[in-house]
Design a protein around this ligand. Sequence first.
Ligand SMILES: Nc1ncnc2c1ncn2[C@@H]1O[C@H](COP(=O)(O)OP(=O)(O)OP(=O)(O)O)[C@@H](O)[C@H]1O
Length: 614
Amino acid sequence: MTQTVPRAEATQPSPAAPAGGGPAPPRVRATWRALRGYIRPYRAPIALGGLLNLAAALLVLAQPLVAKALVDALGRDGPVTGIVLGLTGLVFLGMLVRAAGQYVLERAAESITRDARRQLAARLMRLRVAEMDRSRPGDLMSRVIADTTLLRQVTTQALVSAVIGGLTLVATVVLMAVLDAPLLGVCLAAVVLIGCCVTLIMPRIAHATRRVQESVGAAATVLERAFGAFRTIKAAGAEAREAAALDEAVDEAWHGGVRVAGLRSVASSATGFAVHVAFLAVLGVGGARVASGAVELSTLIAFLLLTFQLASPVGQLVEAAAQYQAGSAAVFRIQQAQGMDVEQPSPGRPGTRRCPATVEFRRVDFRYRAELPQVHRDLSFRAEGPGTTAFVGPSGAGKTTVFALIERFYEAVGGTVLVNGIDVLDWPLAGLRASIGYVEQDAPLLAGTLRDNLTCAAPDVTDDDIRDTLARVQLDALVDRLPDGLDASVGHRGNALSGGERQRVAIARALLRRPALLLLDEATSQLDAVNERVLRDVVADIARDTTVLVIAHRLSTVATADQIVVLEGGRVRRTGTHRELVEGDALYAELAATQLLAEPGARRPDASYGARRA
Ligand SMILES: Nc1ncnc2c1ncn2[C@@H]1O[C@H](COP(=O)(O)OP(=O)(O)OP(=O)(O)O)[C@@H](O)[C@H]1O
């Protein structure tokens, strides 16, 4: 049995969406769940880093007590060398332990960022084509690159700071209570003040961070759009307009970033201010208590040092809260992307691949989205191999969509698409696509080398296979001419090659997959006579042992096709050979006379459809 994926299953609910009832708001719970998922594989190093940081904090905490011993020893005229050496050792040891703790944490943070990027990128590669149609690629790119960076802080530093800060705060408060309880009361007032301030500021940090990340996504979208159509932008003289669109997004990010900076500085200033107020209050109240003999001077000095040290754990807690808020904004956006609709991998099933393949559409209905008009209505045809079936029809008739349904980029809303007699929904997706070679009309190439482009669909092919295939599409001379041969760069989207060469590289790429079915969307641009002839010969050669489906834009293609399917308004209007259709179908005769590209010197059939309709 072939494993099929029910359509409903393939749609993943967004983790960012409300997760049901309960006291905690769903977003907070979803954020926590996601954070726990990122942290889980690195619990050990994070715990080690946390322990080292805690040890460093305790070593720092011990310093006032040693300082108190030093003051007491000085007061008694006792020996101080050991105490001074001990204090120096404490300072150095604290520094080393803190450095080690930081390294372990930073390493874990980098690993978490790497994992998040890998997971998200792998997921986005599996997005359904329909989902990609609705998305902005630039924004998705910024989620993979920029948003994941914010995880670095929240998953390690913020977590450890919160734990260490909390523990250190408790330890400091306990020590203060041991030293002098009334003075502790003065300090606690400052801590309450900070708590109120933080509660007010933190949600605003999350909101502003989200605005920054969204603006960064918008900026990436503008850049992606401009770089993707760079020549068009230049030819249209639209550089300034694109730059202005980028400015807008960048300004928005700036405003958000400045707001976050402002909020964070208010939070940290409030912390510093509260500690200073506490220090002065302890100095005043403590001075009076020393004067009255209620406490010793050394106790007051130790207390004052502890009061200053209070700034560190409280600052850590405030910083952790701010990092959590910023991170939660990023987690929200990452989870949104993780929740997009992906294709489900299904295990391969041997035996379904048969060469040449047979394709059949049985009463297929299709529309791209519920709110869009229907593209195919009751569409039925059968194409067998070996041989060529050509599709012709007016622009928008649904020819390219036929190929998209065979590749299962989209799923029919009614009827059945069969390959080798099996519903494409029942095929293992990878197996289905492995049987098909698809050459798109604009033959997009990937930036990289010629070899990268040829092997991306069939990584295991040998150099001999590549050379044979290049000879078949008559590209061997080009490769011999290039100084770096197969390792020559093809430029962004293959810009370093001519249109005809790009087409032939795309065909070679498809052939290296050894397809049972070749889908070829012919280029609409006029190729020179050599390229035209080469392409025709190549397709004829492939069609000898393979099923070739071609969206025809050339007279030479339809003239030699074994079968021609004429599409009109999403339906099959007529099927036949070129000769039959020229004589028997007015629309076909008109298309052949007016829209199909003829080789220079070739005779066109007369147009009659428009004339007859008129
Ligand atoms: N991704 C998409 N989302 C929404 N509508 C789409 C999408 N792709 C195509 N369409 C629409 O579907 C219809 C059929 O498009 P299709 O590309 O299949 O036509 P075609 O016959 O190949 O046209 P052409 O010869 O001009 O390439 C068109 O009206 C088109 O606007």
